[in-house]
Design a protein around this ligand. Structure first.
Ligand code: SAH
Ligand code: MG
Length: 214
């Protein structure tokens, strides 16, 4: 049996998630500027980029921009002329992310919407349907963000949500915190949804992935 650990993680990243200077900057500079160090890992980013291109996405939405690390991977997966709307309530995060997107050559690809995501999602609805959605913000918001994604994604589109493992608490590797049960219920609810084929990509903190089939 093979165990997914840091060595395996590094093996995948060193082959397939090699960063250029813009990605390294987005990952390393954000915590230096006082942002929480909670970006996805390189191989998780590569996986998002892979999914974006696998569904030939031109229109993507990200909920939870932080310093733009995951957004850079997503933006680089889009077909030429594609657009990523990324949502964050924190003005400082958005400002730093904007610099990182510019350094990555994505100024024309990424639009940052500042404000509560529930509200911004209503604002961008008319730009849809979307091909790809990545949810990585406040966990209590996940059920509503996910429902929005199902309604505003085309059939064949892909919906993803980070932290499906909630640091391993969902299976008791680590003791529960106040959001573990919420995440367990969320995972269960997605699993039962017949409009989707879903699973969890087990790198990092787990990414729930769903393709909309009807
Ligand atoms: N996807 C990023 C990490 C996101 S961290 C990456 O991997 O690089 C979570 C982000 O969600 C934070 O920047 C936080 O400000 C934002 N956030 C939390 N609650 C939010 C809400 N209700 N609306 C919009 N953004 C929110
Ligand atoms: Mg996360």
């Amino acid at each position: 049996m093979t165990i997914y650990n840091d060595q395996i993680s590094h093996y995948i990243s060193s082959l397939y998630a090699v960063e250029d200077s813009a990605l390294t900057m987005a990952r390393e500079d954000s915590p230096k500027q006082g942002l929480p160090a909670i970006s996805i890992k390189p191989e998780e980013g590569r996986f998002l980029q892979f999914l974006v291109r696998a569904c030939s996405a031109t229109k993507a939405v990200e909920i939870g921009t932080l310093g733009g690390y995951s957004g850079t991977w997503i933006g680089r997966g889009l077909l030429p002329g594609g657009k990523l709307y990324t949502l964050d309530k924190d003005r400082k995060h958005a400002k730093i992310a904007r610099e990182h997107f510019a350094a990555a050559g994505l100024d024309d690809v990424v639009e940052i919407l500042i404000g509560d995501a529930h509200r911004s999602l209503q604002e961008i609805k008319n730009q849809g349907p979307f091909d790809f959605v990545f949810i990585d913000a406040d966990k209590p918001g996940y059920p509503a963000y996910f429902d929005w994604a199902i309604e505003n994604t085309r059939v064949g589109g892909i919906i993803t949500a980070h932290n499906a493992f909630r640091k391993g608490t969902v299976v008791g590797i680590v003791e529960d915190d106040d959001l573990s049960e919420l995440m367990r219920q969320f995972n269960q609810r997605v699993a039962e949804n017949e409009r989707l084929i879903s699973t969890i990509y087990p790198a990092g903190d787990g990414t729930l992935i769903s393709v909309k089939i009807r």
